[in-house]
Write a protein that binds this ligand. Sequence first.
Ligand code: BGC
Length: 368
Amino acid sequence: MGKNAKKALLSVILILSMLFTFSACATTNPNQSKSNNQTSQTTNTSDNSGKIKIGFSFDTLNLERWQHDRDYFVQRAKELGADVLVQSANSDSQTQYSQCQNLIAQGIKVLVIIPHDGSAIAPIVEEAHKAGVKVLAYDRLIMNADVDAYVSFDNEKVGELQAEAITKLVPKGNYFLLEGSPTDNNAKLFEQGQKKVLQPLVDKGDIKIVGEQWAQDWLTQNAYNIMQNALTANNNKIDAVVDANDSTALGAIRALQEQNLAGKVAISGQDADLANCQLIVEGKQSMTVYKPVKEEATKGADVAVALAKGEDINANGKVNNGKIDVPSVLLTPVAVDKNNMVDTIIKDGFHSLDEVYKNVPKDQWPKQ
Ligand code: BGC
């Protein structure tokens, strides 16, 4: 080989090895860096891996529960041989829409969406279908669209569990309803479930609903403001708060605490977030609704892969979204208070005993 030919061969080898290093970096999944509340996404856009690509659009990753959903979903999809591209819209409908378009453009087979606004996101379903992409509504329904599947919990039941627990503790008195985000269809279902239980007691005259408000984007701060105003407007004469989830319960409890009412006013929640489980064992929050997120995320990944392969999704129900009955997989929520904390959340490994009882003197910890 001549000197020039040798030089040329060396250059080719060098370029090839640089290209290889670059593509190895590009397929590293930044999710593994566990940046919890940041937008995270895989950059694996290679189509020739033969792997199924799933796009997952989160409303937000700022709440503890959605980080669990992401981790379990990605893990299960991996086991099934699929790659997941994750995007978080930071509670903004427009951002979510363009992130979904971007995911579709990256050659995904299935688009999984937790909508910020179940109506605003609806037109993406048709766009996805035109590109041959199936759409799975995850946890929250997408309204008035030809959604291919829905994986969630029985959300009306969640509301029933909340109201049942609170009415058991406070059978008579003044009730305040602190509902979730008005753009989330689930929030409406939680309210429906709560009212199913509350209405007969209102009709009997046992309880009086002194106010009801919706916390935009499920924000703790919004819930705090609402609760503070409600307490002022009612001269602190509120005996129970039916609160739709844990992030809003945190805000409401802060407002109650400022009036020395934390622990005296019954209050519900949902999600079994760590901070709220701690408040439950400290006696400041009455209950939460535990929705085994691992089960939901695992089912979600199973359904997404089944959709990608054109297989049956094993639906166990249908939920109407205003346009069609969406084939659905619905799981069962569990009411959790001080008494069954160990047998549910801790037994499942969702949180450890040490974490949950952190603020309780050790001699008062339950025997396991
Ligand atoms: C979910 C709840 C969650 C809430 C706020 C709802 O759609 O079902 O689990 O607490 O959104 O993110």
